[in-house]
Each structure stands twice: as structure tokens, then as C-alpha cells.
Design a protein around this ligand. Structure first.
Ligand SMILES: C[S@@+](CC[C@H](N)C(=O)[O-])C[C@H]1O[C@@H](n2cnc3c(N)ncnc32)[C@H](O)[C@@H]1O
Length: 302
């Protein structure tokens, strides 16, 4: 089984950075050579259902990470993730059929069809991609800035006053490594984190902030460093952006603060902050050193 997992990672690495929209003659997404060895070494049809599902979930997670690596503004809701699951189930079933044969001639047909299906899926789930990644580019840059920061940097940048922290704390878009959540947890705070790339645990939840239910008057402190508001800005500026979904979620997030609670985030979203009712929310701006951006501290007054 270990070999199969390695094979999937090698496969993703092989196609990593290739533009799925490019003309096939300049770069082509394809199965790697060793796929036929894998098919002859493993009788896929003998695999139990659980192992098959684990393999498919592993492939989905790593495929999504590849897309996020190219562009952090790719967005996949539960429906499109379910569609991706179906794509990999069908692929697995095709590979199973081939593995029962003695020759693997059809492998290239399965490969071509798979990448056409994947391209159609991305066109449907993230229509903007085809407009920016035109068929002229064979490869896409994968060095887009989407980092994680130390707890000290985040606390300093957002101007969080530890002595004024009200619990429970929720970090929205806490990062795969959940640096700030772990730091607060070690200091003894009741703290939780959500992120679409984080593993699940008693304090961390893998989910999209757009699908997370921010219950009214629940959180003492909300934090989001270069997370929700960064994406809200992007959708506000993008022609086909989901700015209404983001605006609704932003209000849901603010209303999930307890009275007296605080939301610390950066960058600011001035196009909506200026419309907040200042009887209900106090907005404080803190300029971020050597940038044109602000960190924001919103306090819920009543
Ligand atoms: C620039 S990183 C910042 C991480 C962390 N806040 C820090 O400062 O170290 C942005 C994070 O937002 C997460 N993210 C992006 N879109 C998301 C979404 N729709 N729902 C949940 N998390 C998301 C990414 O997975 C990434 O971990």
C-alpha cells in the first residue's frame, strides 16, 4: 500500500505546474511510466472498500493542495469536492478494469480522458482560471505568496493584547500548521482553528470558512491573519467574485462575537468596515509597518 501512496505523490509531482488549459502539444498532463508496473504489481480489484476510499481521499486532498499551490484563490465547495470524488472513483474503476487485463494499451486513453474530465471540472468550479491561464502557457508559476507566520509575528502585526483575550478563541484560516492556535493552546487558552488545509483534531477543523457555521454570540476572540479578509478583498475586486457570499459571511462572523468580544484581522476591508453601525461595533485601525495596509481590531459593543 505504501508504494501506491508514493506513486500518487510521484504522479502529482510529474504534472505539477503544468497548465491544464495549455495546448497538448506544448505540455500534456499524463500518467507516469510506472503506472503500468503498479497495475501489474497490485490487483486493484482485490482491494477492500476502505483501502480504496482512503486512497481516493488521499488523492483528493493532494490534488486540491496542488491547485492551491498554483493559486490560493481557487475555491472548492462541498459540491465540487464531491464531483472530484466521483472523478477519482471513476478513474479507479477504469484502472481496476485495465489491471485485470494482460496488456495496458488502453492506459493512455484513460489518462487522456481523465485530464479532460479534470479540466472540465476546474472550468465549472473556478471559471476564472481559464481566463487567466490561457492555452499559450505550458507551465504556471507555483511560487505564489501564501505563507504561514509565527505566533509572535501574528500577535505583533494584529496588535493582539494577550491580557485582554476573551475565550473561546477561534482562528479563521489558521494555516496547515496552526501556529497561533497551538501557541494559545500551550498557554492554556480555550482555542480552536479552522482551515481548508488543516488536519482535524479536537481543536482544529478542516473546513472552508464559507461553509462554517459561525453561531451568534459564541466567540470571545476571533483572529484571521491574512486569511478571510484577504480573500474578501480579492472577491471584492474580481469581476466574477463571490463578494456577496463574503459580505454575508463577514456579518455572520461579526455577529458570532460575544458582547465585548474582539475580531482581529489583516488586511482591512474598508469598503464594508465604513458601513458598520458604530453603536454596535467599534473599529480600530493599526497601520502595518512599511506597507499601505491596516490591521483591524473590531470590538462588539452590544
Ligand atoms: C496566508 S495563509 C495564513 C495562515 C495563518 N493565518 C498564518 O498567518 O500563519 C492563508 C490560509 O487561509 C486558508 N484558506 C484559504 N481559503 C480558505 C477557505 N475558503 N476556508 C478556510 N481556509 C482557507 C489557507 O489554507 C491558508 O492556510
Amino acid at each position: 500500500m505504501k508504494e501506491l501512496y508514493h506513486h500518487i505523490l510521484d504522479q502529482l509531482k510529474h504534472n505539477s505546474g503544468k497548465n491544464i488549459f495549455s495546448k497538448p502539444d506544448i505540455s500534456k498532463l499524463e500518467f507516469i511510466q510506472s503506472t503500468s508496473d503498479i497495475l501489474s504489481n497490485y490487483k486493484l480489484s482485490n482491494m477492500d472498500k476502505k483501502s480504496e476510499n482512503d486512497l481516493i481521499e488521499f488523492t483528493i486532498k493532494n490534488t486540491l493542495d496542488q491547485f492551491y499551490k498554483t493559486n490560493q484563490f481557487y475555491s472548492f465547495d462541498q459540491e465540487s469536492i464531491q464531483e472530484l470524488r466521483e472523478i477519482y472513483k471513476n478513474l479507479f474503476s477504469d484502472l481496476k478494469k485495465i489491471s485485470e487485463k494482460t496488456d495496458y494499451k488502453e492506459l493512455s486513453v484513460v489518462s487522456d480522458n481523465h485530464y479532460i474530465t479534470l479540466k472540465n471540472w476546474i472550468k465549472k468550479s473556478n471559471a476564472f482560471a481559464e481566463k487567466i491561464y490561457t492555452d499559450k502557457y505550458a507551465y504556471l508559476k507555483q511560487d505564489v505568496v501564501c505563507s504561514e507566520y509565527s505566533p509572535e509575528i501574528q500577535i505583533e502585526l494584529l496588535g493582539i493584547e494577550l491580557e485582554n483575550i476573551i475565550e473561546p478563541v477561534l482562528d479563521i484560516g489558521c494555516g496547515k500548521n496552526a501556529n497561533l492556535v497551538n501557541h494559545f493552546h500551550n498557554l492554556g487558552y480555550a482555542v480552536f482553528g479552522i482551515d481548508r488545509s488543516v488536519g482535524n483534531s479536537s481543536i482544529l477543523q478542516n473546513t472552508s470558512w464559507l461553509e462554517y457555521d459561525f453561531k451568534p454570540e459564541t466567540w470571545g476572540t476571533l483572529i484571521s491573519n491574512l486569511g478571510f479578509s484577504n480573500h474578501f478583498n480579492h472577491h471584492h475586486l474580481r469581476e466574477d467574485g463571490s463578494y456577496i457570499d463574503y459580505a454575508k459571511k463577514y456579518m455572520e462572523i461579526l455577529n458570532s462575537l460575544k458582547i465585548g468580544g474582539s475580531f482581529y484581522y489583516a488586511p482591512g476591508v474598508p469598503f464594508i468596515e465604513k458601513f458598520l453601525n458604530n453603536n454596535l461595533f467599534n473599529v480600530e485601525y493599526k497601520s502595518i509597518h512599511e506597507t499601505d495596509f491596516n490591521a483591524i481590531h473590531i470590538k462588539r459593543l452590544k
